[in-house]
Design a protein around this ligand. Structure first.
Ligand code: FE2
Length: 200
């Protein structure tokens, strides 16, 4: 196992609700070349707060037709999944569709218990937030690498559709004002999500 890379606060601030807030200097570390079963990467997200927002991964979309599985190994995490919105139109007599990054069709706040796994369906952007008091550790099986394109829409919109923050009695979801017509986020377990979006 080796340290692949890490995300300092100086980079994560691009997608934070309060970019100038004080918080963990390193938001998360990614270790690669795991040799545990099918897993390839391990992500460790620091506990703490940036202002009222929980430390999180930057958020990204994937190249189509490649699936990624995540497993929660340790800690208390919320996995934000948002489904791409497309608009259909006809060009040169052919039906086609265009991705509208500032709109999303569905938003899920997925709660995991230790050991839960989830396969991310096509067209879902995703980001983990560490909502607990200890480091959050996840495994994934992603081997396809990342390009700047995967992060582009999230960077431009200054984050995912919602910021996951500390509210009065727990977790509060703060809408990102750069998105339009946001649906209400649905709180759901990893098992419930996978029943809604089974991967065969
Ligand atoms: Fe991913």
């Amino acid at each position: 196992m080796r340290l692949e890379w890490l995300r300092p606060k100086s980079e994560l601030k691009e997608v934070l609700h309060e970019p100038r807030s004080v918080g963990p200097e390193i938001a998360y570390w990614i270790f690669s070349d795991l040799t545990i079963e099918k897993w390839k990467d391990m992500t460790v997200i620091a506990p703490g707060l940036y202002g009222k927002e929980f430390p999180k991964t930057y958020g990204h979309y994937h190249t189509p037709h490649v699936y990624e599985t995540y497993k929660l190994v340790h800690g208390d995490g919320t996995f934000l999944l948002q489904k791409k919105h497309y608009e259909n139109y006809v060009a040169s007599g052919a039906r086609t569709k265009k991705w509208i990054p500032e709109q999303v069709d569905e938003v899920y706040m997925v709660k995991f218990s230790a050991g839960d796994e989830l396969i991310i369906p096509q067209d879902f952007g995703h980001s983990w937030s560490n909502v607990g008091a200890t480091p959050l550790i996840t495994f994934d099986d992603w081997t396809s690498g990342h390009t700047a394109t995967d992060y582009e829409a999230i960077k431009k919109l200054k984050g995912m559709a919602f910021y996951i923050t500390l509210g009065g009695n727990g977790i509060k979801f703060v809408p990102n004002p750069n998105y339009k017509k946001l649906p209400d986020p649905k709180v759901i377990t990893a098992k419930e999500f996978q029943r809604l979006y089974p991967i065969s």
